[in-house]
Write a protein that binds this ligand. Structure first.
Ligand SMILES: Cc1cc2nc3c(=O)[nH]c(=O)nc-3n(C[C@H](O)[C@H](O)[C@H](O)COP(=O)(O)OP(=O)(O)OC[C@H]3O[C@@H](n4cnc5c(N)ncnc54)[C@H](O)[C@@H]3O)c2cc1C
Length: 432
């Protein structure tokens, strides 16, 4: 029976990073992946002459070579940085309420403040105050938490203690009265998957701060390039990988891991398993729940499963500007009531917030000459899709996509007529 220092289950970016870290430390590692390509969500697929990016819209934490962000430092440590090419996006995002309001924020603090002051003159004084808070808070968080200050106190980190777990909406309400301005500023909530009334200001502020300070990035070749680079480096460091080979069971004896049984029925001996499968799958399906510490199972009671996504991947037979796509990142929204928008993620009703990303704006070589691709997505819970009977699934999927395309047409008239390839993914597709 083959024996390894560690078995890593899943070759998503988490599993690849863990496997590579262990292999670089000289460990004998086996990586098991159920799918036939590495990457998990961070992958691509081909239709016609387009290679579609599945997931990555805006990479955060890169920073420049002169001013590296945390992600650049990690990729350097993993030995893959020189195999990758990154493109900085000029702007944070455009956010549009069709026929009502349209604004683009660039990725520079002072320019954002000036732009917002011009568009929201009644809030002129509050806007710089708000950014002082975002920056002041984030610096405290970086200093205290990320650099692990051993002497954390309320006196030393007053903003952190006051705002870390305060709902973002409460802070926005404290600073502003215009609901449109609050919605413009907080639109990244839809990346986090919870509305501003739930999203802690800590999570929101550090996200906005990091995107502005380290800039949003696009990866040449998409996220598949990163997944491939991590896998190559893992193999170069002596790692072994098996694709089309799911883990079926983490085998334990007397409270200790002894091995992993694959879906093909092979047994692999190891004392350590690093699981990139979800927590629920790892502890409830791959293990005997009786072997899992009670507090781990208890911990599930205080958590809930987050949203998945409904995605439309479009290969378009035109350059972006021919249909008015000027920005890489375009939020399209129909409401300023983000709680209502969030509530719709749990239904098959049309969405209140969607995101259309066109990588070709930042990286004109991304698609073949004279074409571009748009990833058009809204987050959505899996629950309503589980309830659709199989014989109604395609109908529900295309009806839903139809509604999203109607919304896209309001911002990019004529987009439909340029679709050369199209693929639609519901939460069920992403799950599979
Ligand atoms: C539509 C969409 C858009 C996104 N946009 C962004 C973005 O703009 N910016 C950003 O930073 N993030 C984005 N993300 C999130 C990001 O892609 C994911 O958080 C990240 O890729 C998750 O990596 P992971 O390794 O944790 O998990 P996954 O990518 O889910 O990897 C898990 C892997 O484990 C494998 N696996 C599971 N069970 C088993 C088993 N029993 N045996 C063997 N293998 C198994 C799976 O096949 C999979 O390969 C997006 C995600 C989606 C879906």
């Amino acid at each position: 029976m083959p024996e390894y220092d560690a078995v890593v289950i899943g070759a998503g970016n988490g599993g690849l990073t863990g496997a590579l870290t262990l292999a670089r430390a000289g460990r004998k590692v086996l990586l098991l992946e159920r799918h036939n390509v590495p990457g998990g969500c961070a992958t691509s697929f081909v239709r016609g002459r387009f290679e579609f990016e599945v997931a990555l819209h805006q990479l955060s934490g890169m920073g420049s070579a002169e001013r590296p962000g945390p992600l650049r430092a990690i990729l350097n440590d993993l030995g893959v940085m020189d195999k990758l090419e990154f493109v900085e996006m000029e702007n944070l995002y455009r956010v549009v309420w069709p026929d009502t309001f349209d604004i683009t924020l660039c990725a520079e603090r002072n320019a954002i403040v000036e732009n917002l002051q011009e568009r929201f003159p009644k809030e002129k004084d509050n806007i710089p105050r708000f950014f002082d808070l975002v920056y002041g808070f984030s610096m405290e968080m970086v200093q205290g938490l990320f650099f692990r200050d051993p002497n954390i106190s309320k006196e030393k980190y007053p903003l952190f203690f006051k705002y870390a777990i305060t709902p973002t909406q409460k802070v926005l309400d404290e600073y502003f009265s215009d609901p449109l301005l609050k919605a413009v500023l907080s639109i990244y909530w839809s990346y986090a998957g919870v509305p501003p009334t739930w999203l802690s200001f800590g999570d929101f502020a550090i996200m906005l701060f990091a995107y502005i300070e380290f800039k949003p990035y696009h990866l040449k070749g998409g996220s598949q390039a990163l997944s491939n680079a991590l896998l190559d480096e893992f193999i170069n460091n002596g790692g072994e990988v098996r694709f089309n080979c799911g883990a079926q069971r983490i085998v334990t004896r007397g409270g200790r891991v002894t091995g992993v049984r694959t879906e093909q029925g092979d047994m692999v001996q190891t004392r350590y398993v690093l699981s990139n499968a979800s927590m629920l799958q790892t502890y409830l399906d791959l293990m005997d729940p009786d072997e899992v510490p009670k507090e781990t199972i208890e911990g599930f009671r205080s958590t809930s499963i987050g949203p998945s996504a409904f995605s439309i991947y479009m290969g378009l037979d035109c350059e972006p500007d021919e249909i008015g796509i000027q920005e890489t990142t375009n939020f399209i929204t129909t409401t300023t009531d983000m709680d209502a928008a969030f509530a719709r993620w749990k239904t098959l009703e049309q969405q209140g917030v969607a995101l259309l990303t066109c990588y070709d704006v930042s990286d004109p070589d991304f698609s073949p000459p004279g074409t571009c691709q748009a990833a058009y997505v809204t987050l959505q819970y899996g629950d309503p899709w589980y309830l659709v009977p199989p014989h109604q699934y395609y109908d529900a999927k295309y009806r839903y996509a139809e509604g999203m395309m109607e919304l896209a047409e309001k911002v990019f008239p004529g987009i439909r007529g340029h679709i050369e390839e199209m693929e639609i993914a519901t939460p069920m597709t992403h799950l599979r």
